[in-house]
Design a protein around this ligand. Structure first.
Ligand SMILES: [Zn+2]
Length: 402
C-alpha cells in the first residue's frame, strides 16, 4: 500500500525529467503499454440448478466481468458446500451424489460467485406401459436405445419429461391446445425400450429403421388402436432429425449429437428447442400434415413450401429465421376447420389448454429457440436428393437381372 503511494509521484517526476513528449499518459517503466482490462466481478452459469443422483452435468462456467464491459470464461477454483451431495470437478463438472441441497462456489482472484443446487432422486425406469390415468386417445412416450448405445438416462434424469413440458408450454401458447399424453400417477409415463439391434445396424437400415422401431414398439406395447407413439431414439440416421409413420402412428426424433443436433433434449422446461420442434413436426405428420388439399403443400412431400418460418416448412429458401410458427394462416394443416381437408388440430390426441388463454395465432407465443443450423427439420419424409437421381425401383418381387 505504502509503496503505491510513492510510486505515482516518482513516475510523474520521471516523465517531467524525460521531457519532449508532452503530457501523454504516464507510462510505468516495465509495465505493459496497453493497460490490461480489470476484473470487476464473477458470475457462475449453469443451464439448470437441479440434477439427479448419478448424473454428471455442466461444466458450470465462471464468467469474469471486466471494466470495459466484456466478459470471458476464467479458470476459477471450484468448491462444494457438501461433496456428499454434489461433487464438483476442477473444470466445474457437477455430479449428483445424494438427494439434498448444496452450494457450489467458484472463486477467481478476489471475486466469487455461487450456485444453489438441488439433487433429486432419479425417476424410476419402466420398461412397460404403466396403468393409464386417462382413457381414450393418447400419446405414449418412449425412450429407445440401440443395443450397444450408451445409456444417457433421458428417462431417469427427467430430460424427456422436461422436453414434453416445453412442448406443451409452446403448444398451449401457440394453439390453445395441448397434447393428450399418457401419464401414470400424474407424471408422464416414459417407457424405456432397449432395442435388439445396434446403433450401426440401425443406421445401415436407412429408411427401414422406422419399420424396425415400429416393430419393436408394437412388440412391446401391442399397439392399441387409440395410441400414438412419440419416440426419442438415442441413435442417428445420417444427419436426419426425425421421421414418422402416419399408418403406424409413430413419431421419431433421432437424438444424436453428430446426427441431428448437439442440443440437449429437454434442456429447458419452459422453452422448446431443436428436439422439441422435431418431435412436434413428426407428430403433425402422424396427424396427417401436410395434407394434399393444402394450398401451400409441396408437390414432392408432405411439407409446406412457401412459408419459411413454418414448422412444416421444407425448401431451399430458409435463411436463418429464429421464429417457428405452426400454420400461421390456419389454412394449410392446423385448425383450418375445412370439412374437405384433413385438419391436424381435429383429432382425439389434443385437449383444450384449460386455464391458459388461447392467443391469436402468432401473438406472443413462447416460441422454440432453435439454432439456425438445426432448421428447417431434416425430415425422413423428405425425398433425398442423392437417391432420387437413381431410377425408381419400387419394391418388386422380381429378381434383379443380376
Ligand atoms: Zn417432415
Amino acid at each position: 500500500m505504502t509503496r503505491n503511494r510513492w510510486a505515482a509521484p516518482l513516475m510523474l517526476l520521471g516523465l517531467a525529467c524525460g521531457g519532449g513528449e508532452g503530457n501523454q499518459t504516464p507510462v510505468t517503466p516495465g509495465a505493459p503499454r496497453v493497460s490490461a482490462k480489470e476484473l470487476r466481478g464473477l458470475e457462475v452459469t449453469l443451464a439448470r440448478n437441479d440434477l439427479r443422483v448419478g448424473q454428471a452435468t455442466g461444466p458450470a462456467l465462471a464468467y469474469g466481468r471486466y471494466d470495459d464491459g466484456t466478459t470471458g470464461v476464467v479458470e476459477a477454483a471450484w468448491t462444494s458446500s457438501d461433496p456428499s451431495v454434489v461433487e464438483v470437478a476442477e473444470d466445474g463438472t457437477l455430479t449428483g451424489v445424494a438427494v439434498g441441497r448444496a452450494t457450489v462456489s467458484a472463486s477467481f482472484e478476489e471475486f466469487g460467485d455461487s450456485l444453489d443446487l438441488e439433487v433429486l432422486a432419479p425417476n424410476p425406469r419402466h420398461d412397460r406401459d404403466q396403468p393409464d390415468d386417462l382413457s381414450g386417445p393418447q400419446i405414449h412416450v418412449v425412450y429407445a436405445l440401440p443395443g450397444d448405445a450408451e445409456d444417457g438416462n433421458l428417462d431417469r434424469y427427467g430430460d424427456v419429461e422436461r422436453s414434453f413440458d416445453a412442448i406443451q408450454h409452446w403448444l398451449e401458447g401457440e394453439t390453445g391446445q395441448r397434447l393428450r399424453l399418457d401419464t401414470a400417477g400424474g407424471r408422464l409415463d416414459v417407457t424405456f425400450l432397449r432395442l435388439s439391434f445396434t446403433a450401426p445396424e440401425g443406421e445401415e437400415r436407412g429408411d427401414a429403421l422406422l419399420q424396425d422401431l415400429e416393430g419393436a414398439i408394437r412388440g412391446s406395447f401391442g399397439g392399441l388402436p387409440d395410441r400414438a407413439y412419440a419416440v426419442y431414439y438415442a441413435g442417428r440416421s445420417g444427419d436426419l432429425c426425425g421421421t414418422a409413420s402416419a399408418e403406424g402412428r409413430i413419431a421419431v426424433a433421432f437424438v444424436h449429437p453428430e446426427g441431428c443436433s448437439p442440443r440437449a433434449v429437454g434442456a429447458d422446461r419452459e422453452t422448446a428447442s431443436t428436439y422439441e420442434a422435431v418431435m412436434v413436426h413428426q407428430l403433425l405428420h402422424v396427424f396427417g400434415a401436410v395434407p394434399e388439399c393444402a394450398s401451400d403443400r409441396l408437390e414432392t412431400s408432405a411439407h409446406v413450401g412457401t412459408s419459411a418460418g413454418d414448422l412444416m416448412y421444407a425448401g431451399p429458401e430458409w435463411s436463418g429465421h429464429d421464429e417457428v410458427v405452426i400454420d400461421a394462416g390456419r389454412d394449410d394443416y392446423f385448425g383450418h376447420g375445412r370439412p374437405d381437408c384433413s385438419d391436424t388440430a381435429a383429432n382425439g390426441f389434443w385437449e383444450p389448454a384449460g386455464a391458459a388463454e388461447p392467443r391469436p395465432p402468432g401473438a406472443g407465443a413462447p416460441r422454440p429457440a432453435i439454432p439456425s443450423e438445426d432448421w428447417p427439420v431434416r425430415c425422413g419424409l423428405l425425398p433425398r436428393p442423392a437417391e432420387t437421381d437413381e431410377p425408381d425401383t419400387p419394391e418388386e418381387p422380381a429378381a434383379k437381372p443380376s
